[in-house]
Each structure stands twice: as structure tokens, then as C-alpha cells.
Design a protein around this ligand. Structure first.
Ligand code: CUA
Length: 151
């Protein structure tokens, strides 16, 4: 009889362990890097700061950009900052999973509806930086891009 008890206990332990690791993997898989803040994807337009997407100077050559991603564009389009500017991007998606990659830099993130992703990038060199969506999001994925002008 005691064998049966031990068998039940060890089976129970294995189940608990599996549930714990499964849950952990699930939780980690759902949270995109850098994005821990939550937002209702249905109410992005009414939720600060995304009710006013745009660029704002917050320090000496330091800017905050509040940006939404949606099929198949970035809002706002066409940003301009001076060389040397550090830009803090606050990003969210209004619909599906998009990507945010500034070509030629390390700035790269997954933009998941329901989450706010923070990405910071300093633009040392003047030029035109291409921003692309690097997560397949539908028929217009290839044309989902914008530019950041650094003067
Ligand atoms: Cu948005 Cu691909």
C-alpha cells in the first residue's frame, strides 16, 4: 500500500513541476522584451500618451517619441532630430504583432498589442534612418516602413 502512496506522491510532484515550468515558459513567451506595461489595444486612441502620438523634447538633445503601429504604418511618420539626439521610443500596436527595427542600429523590438515597448536609440551620425516592420503582419507587411531624418 505504501508503494501506491509514494507513486501517487511522485506523480503529483512531476505534474506540479510540469505545470510550473509550463506556466513559466508561457509567461516569458508572452512578455516581449522591454514591454511590461499593459494597455487595452482597443482603446489606444483614448489612452495617454498614445492619444497624442508625436515627438517631444524632454532634455538637452533628448526626445520622447510616442508612436503607434498599425496595419501597415507608423504614426507619426517622418521624424526629424538633430545629430547626437537620444530618442526614447514608446511603442504599442493597435492591431496585430508588428516589429520595430531601425536599420543599421541595434534598435529592434517586437510590438505586441496590449503591451508598451520602450526602445532608446542615440543617433550619432546624420542621415536618413529607415525604420521597418520586421514581423510578418499581413499583405502590406513589405511596405510598412518610415524614416527618421537626422540632421
Ligand atoms: Cu507590420 Cu509587418
Amino acid at each position: 500500500k505504501s508503494e501506491k502512496v509514494w507513486l501517487t506522491i511522485s506523480f503529483g510532484m512531476i505534474m506540479l513541476f510540469m505545470i510550473a515550468t509550463g506556466y513559466q515558459a508561457f509567461a516569458l513567451g508572452m512578455a516581449p522584451p522591454g514591454g511590461v506595461e499593459l494597455i487595452d489595444p482597443q482603446k489606444v486612441n483614448e489612452t495617454a500618451p498614445f492619444d497624442q502620438p508625436g515627438i517631444k523634447q524632454i532634455g538637452d538633445n533628448e526626445y520622447e517619441v510616442v508612436m503607434t503601429l498599425q496595419l501597415f504604418s507608423f504614426t507619426p511618420m517622418e521624424l526629424e532630430v538633430p545629430a547626437g539626439a537620444t530618442v526614447h521610443f514608446k511603442l504599442t500596436s493597435k492591431d496585430v504583432v508588428h516589429g520595430f527595427q531601425i536599420v543599421g542600429t541595434n534598435a529592434n523590438g517586437m510590438i505586441v498589442p496590449g503591451y508598451i515597448t520602450d526602445i532608446t536609440q542615440t543617433f550619432h551620425e546624420p542621415g536618413e534612418y529607415l525604420v521597418i516592420c520586421n514581423e510578418y503582419c499581413g499583405i502590406g507587411h513589405q511596405v510598412m516602413a518610415t524614416t527618421i531624418k537626422v540632421y
